[in-house]
Write a protein that binds this ligand. Structure first.
Ligand SMILES: NC(=O)c1ccc[n+]([C@@H]2O[C@H](COP(=O)([O-])OP(=O)(O)OC[C@H]3O[C@@H](n4cnc5c(N)ncnc54)[C@H](OP(=O)(O)O)[C@@H]3O)[C@@H](O)[C@H]2O)c1
Length: 309
């Protein structure tokens, strides 16, 4: 029997994205057609995932999308819409916004925004806004991190006018974490706002903090040595560290299972909720401020401009 619905995973060629695809396949064999979105759909990473999914007889297709380009996102969502209209794409049940980027020298997209802001915030919101009208129920999962607590709601707005002057600047550890954390803070806030919109009445938008992850993440191409060492130490102490906080450090399969279960058991998922792995837990105070959320969504909508009309 063909799968009765489909799930889109961005960053599917990444460490977490691939693990989500494999967990969905293991927990719900044949239930979902996986639409694996990646910038490079013929990389060694996408090939490796394809081999595992093919061996498991999982239904999947790869779709090229560059999340640092509104035009590319728009072309992707148009292809999905056309596929749904023609019956070539199974009804859409889920969207997992897993793709992200961190710690690159300051750079600007073709749309004129900071690349981290566009990839980590504007892109998932644009995807969600374009795809939600095509979904009849289902779940949107935004992947977040505890680093949102280091973020500032006004981070990108305040630096927008200086972007050209700062192009090429390499950030130190503290600034890198603040910038990445700010992008995740804004994504969490956007999720809460979207959940309040009328068009999301039947759709659950959740944020899921994956905790620390081992594995081959390419998130920060130049990971500072101090972070690399900390990850190794934490990984070494994992059994002890996870006794105090089960999200301290895990292989990607652990958060991937929590994400797959939220998608597979969507009736139980808490719309507008923030999870740490499989438990509902509060995000930080700023992210929960409704006024700030609305202000943030207004800015995002203005930045997305014609692409959301
Ligand atoms: N790794 C951790 O410890 C950790 C901790 C907390 C939260 N997270 C979150 O978990 C999620 C996945 O992280 P990960 O560790 O799996 O990272 P990863 O292995 O580097 O995967 C990130 C994915 O995003 C894709 N991507 C980046 N820029 C893109 C663009 N412009 N267009 C399309 N795709 C793009 C990458 O594709 P390319 O192959 O083309 O670069 C890659 O597939 C992220 O949201 C991250 O913030 C990770």
């Amino acid at each position: 029997m063909p799968p009765n619905s489909s799930i889109i995973i961005t960053g599917a060629s990444g460490s977490l994205g691939a693990a989500i695809a494999l967990q969905l396949t293991a927990l719900y064999p044949q239930k979902y057609h996986l639409i694996l979105a990646a910038r490079n759909i013929s990389s060694s990473h996408s090939e490796a995932l394809s081999q595992k999914l093919t061996a498991a007889n999982a239904p999947y297709t790869w779709e090229r999308v560059d999340l640092a380009s509104f035009a590319s996102i728009s072309s992707f969502t148009n292809r999905i819409q056309l596929g749904l209209e023609r019956g070539q794409v199974r009804p859409l049940h889920g969207l997992v916004n897993s793709a992200a980027i961190n710690n690159i020298p300051v750079s600007k997209t073709e749309d004129g925004f900071d690349t981290i802001y566009e990839t980590n915030v504007l892109a998932p919101v644009l995807l969600t806004k374009k795809l939600a009208p095509l979904m009849k129920g289902g779940v949107v999962v935004n992947i977040t991190t505890v680093a949102h607590e280091l973020g500032e709601a006004g981070y990108f707005r305040e630096r927008k006018s200086d972007l050209d002057k700062e192009l090429g600047t390499e950030l130190g550890l503290k600034d890198m974490l603040k910038k990445y954390g700010s992008s995740k803070l804004l994504l969490i806030m956007a999720g809460y706002s979207l959940q309040r919109e009328d068009s999301f009445r039947d759709i659950k938008v959740i944020s899921l903090d994956v905790g620390g992850m081992t594995g081959e993440s390419r998130l920060a191409p130049k990971m500072p040595l101090v972070l690399k060492v900390s990850m190794h130490v934490l990984n070494f102490m994992r059994p002890l560290a996870n006794m105090f906080n089960p999200a301290t450090i895990n292989p990607p399969e652990v958060p991937a299972k929590a994400i797959a279960e939220v998608l597979g058991d969507s009736e139980k998922a808490i719309g507008g909720g923030h999870y740490i792995l499989d438990k509902v837990a509060e995000s930080n105070a700023i992210s929960r401020d409704e006024e700030k959320q609305t202000e943030n969504m207004k800015e995002i909508t203005s930045d997305l401009g014609k692409w959301v009309q």
